[in-house]
Design a protein around this ligand. Structure first.
Ligand SMILES: [Zn+2]
Ligand SMILES: [Zn+2]
Length: 588
């Protein structure tokens, strides 16, 4: 069982306990444990093998026992017990953004609801706003967000969680001697924000052996389909995994076909038809001149190309196209003109400009964050803890901020004591945009910072023009370097606030303010479309992890995938530059 799966179960338990009105400390313990486990890179299985789980932050003996039960049996008696005691409709209601367990309980009991449709009707009838703790605003927010809870996408895995599953499975499958080659395909390979089913392709002469090996994986919970060359199973977190065994001569064609997207493949096939060719999952074939129908599509051999993806693209006169931009947009046109972007790569990132320490809501100390950044080969970082308005996170006031900056000065001095420092630490802050407008710390203080991230955490329900004005005001502040997570969305959890993103991009372009691609797998904000629009407007992007622990620095790759899907090159991303170059790009 993966860490992500265990984290999801703990989060679920916390919701259920809260729904039942149980002790807040117990609820919080599960939430904290979910966070700890969810952000760990090393698997709990391997941790347990060499040290007690109680060594982990916030994991006491009770939680350690629950983790043990999950690892040993794949089940948790407590969860089954809790589930049985909570009505099914509660699970649906808690998926409506903004509806926590407490509100869900009031709604269900107060209005006798049994489905999301009941809730929608109750809102339309104006029955919700009469309940204690609810008003007209909440009622209209529920109506607005209910579609989100009903959407079929809500069950898709975050890319990062899908990746954890796929990596573990690849490791298991590679141990099978009959596997000559194996790749993940589908939306995972395209680096989508969320992933539905997982697709694996294997090259092998012994399909039966390969498929037996998949069924024997310890995470396989059920077998959905067993064919001659295809097996489907259900794996961790209920995800469906389809494995296909392919001949070497068709492997590239299959990888191309099952990577998708559908839209990309439709365009590619139509291009092939224009050239008298057909493409399917086996290869590229010449359509006989007397065949006006699609008969050639039934061909089950490689034809004139199929061994590699590059061969398939070459057969229709194109260079290989990176999976992240195979979405049926302009990529085929760009490929044809040989002007595909040289997409930014993880190795090109030199700095990370948004992270937290335990001075606010991070888990690790300044020194630990710096050491972890050095280990990851970064040349510079900005430490950007929260400002005072974020009371929940114990945000920094002037005094504490200045103390942290002195500590950073001393740290930089000691790093430079023996010649070239391995890293430069920038004195930064994530300053809040206040609900009433303006920033949470005075300009004369922000002026002294090396790097200022301005973010909007409060007043997210304000009307569109209010929110847009607050952000543009921050953009126009000469001390603000970048706007953090510009739309505030949390994938599968919370919709973006109402904001005129075009106006934001325009203001950023005008003033030379950067916009962030927040690499946190829940955020990925800006998204690919907005990041592409920002690039087009001449805005430089900054890809930042917003790490709240040393492990959090590893999500940079998720931000890179998002940037690649937006078609960004290294020159579009400010933190691929050296520190000296970055300073020249900054507006002050
Ligand atoms: Zn933030
Ligand atoms: Zn942050």
């Amino acid at each position: 069982m993966t860490n992500a799966a265990i984290a999801a179960i703990f989060e679920h338990i916390a919701d259920l306990l809260e729904f039942r009105g149980e002790n807040v400390f117990r609820v919080r313990a599960y939430r904290n444990a979910a966070r700890t486990v969810g952000s760990m890179v090393e698997s709990l299985t391997s941790i347990r093998a060499d040290r007690p789980l109680t060594d982990l932050d916030g994991i006491g003996s009770d939680l350690a026992a629950r983790i043990g039960e999950l690892l040993d049996t794949g089940k948790l008696a407590l969860l089954d017990e809790l589930k049985a005691s909570v009505p099914a409709v509660a699970f649906d209601l808690m998926r409506v953004p903004g509806l926590g367990p407490k509100k869900a309980k009031v709604l269900i009991e107060g209005l006798n609801l049994s489905s999301l449709d009941d809730l929608e009707q109750a809102c339309r009838d104006g029955r919700v706003k009469g309940l204690k703790g609810f008003g007209a605003k909440t009622e209209s927010a529920i109506l607005e967000n209910i579609g989100f809870a009903k959407s079929p996408d809500r069950d898709r895995l975050l890319w990062n969680d899908a990746d954890a599953i796929i990596q573990e499975l690849l490791g298991w499958m590679r141990a099978c001697p009959a596997v000559r080659r194996i790749d993940g395909a589908g939306s995972w390979r395209r680096g989508r924000e969320t992933v539905g089913d997982l697709d694996l392709l294997v090259e092998s002469d012994a399909p039966t052996v390969v498929m037996d090996h998949l069924r024997a994986w310890k995470e396989t919970t059920s077998v959905l389909l067993s064919g001659d060359t295809k097996t489907s199973i259900r794996g961790p977190q209920g995800v469906q995994i389809d494995l296909r065994v392919i001949d070497a001569e068709s492997y590239g064609a299959a990888l191309q076909y099952f990577t998708g997207s559908k839209e990309h493949n439709v365009k590619l096939r139509s291009r092939a038809r224009d050239r008298g060719l057909s493409i399917n999952e086996y290869g590229v074939h010449r359509i006989p001149s007397d065949d006006r129908g699609g008969g050639a599509a039934d061909v089950r051999h490689a034809g004139i190309a199929g061994r590699s993806e590059a061969d398939v693209y070459a057969a229709v006169g194109l260079p290989w196209i990176p999976p992240e931009i195979r979405e049926g947009g302009a990529e085929i046109l760009l490929a044809e003109r040989n002007s595909l972007p040289h997409l930014v790569e993880l190795g090109e990132i030199r700095g990370d400009l948004h992270m937290h320490t335990n001075a606010t809501d991070g888990e690790d100390t300044l020194g630990e964050m710096v050491r972890a950044a050095i280990e990851r080969g970064l040349a510079y970082i900005a430490v950007t803890d929260h400002s005072q308005r974020v009371t929940m996170a114990h945000g920094l006031d002037r005094k504490r901020l200045l103390a942290q900056w002195s500590e950073i000065d001393r740290l930089n001095d000691s790093l430079a004591a023996e010649g070239d420092p391995p890293i430069v630490v920038l004195k930064g802050i994530e300053v809040d945009m206040l609900e009433k407008g303006g920033l949470d710390l005075p300009d004369e203080l922000l002026e002294k910072a090396d790097w200022v991230v301005a973010s909007l955490h409060y007043g997210q329900n304000q009307p569109r023009d209010r929110i847009t004005a607050r952000i543009i005001e921050a953009i126009e502040n000469p001390n603000v370097s970048v706007i953090g997570h510009p739309t505030g969305r949390l994938i599968n959890r919370r919709q973006a606030y109402e904001v005129d993103i075009e106006a934001v991009i325009e203001a950023a372009a005008r003033s030379g303010t950067f916009l962030e691609i927040n690499a946190n797998p829940w955020r990925l904000d800006l998204d690919d479309h907005h990041a592409a629009a920002a690039k087009k407007a001449g805005v430089k992007l900054v890809i930042s992890t917003d790490a709240h622990s040393t492990r959090g620095l590893d999500v940079m790759r998720c931000g890179i995938l998002q940037a690649r899907r937006a078609g960004l090159e290294a020159k579009d991303v400010a933190n691929t530059q050296t520190l000296a170059q970055l300073k020249k790009l900054m507006k002050k």
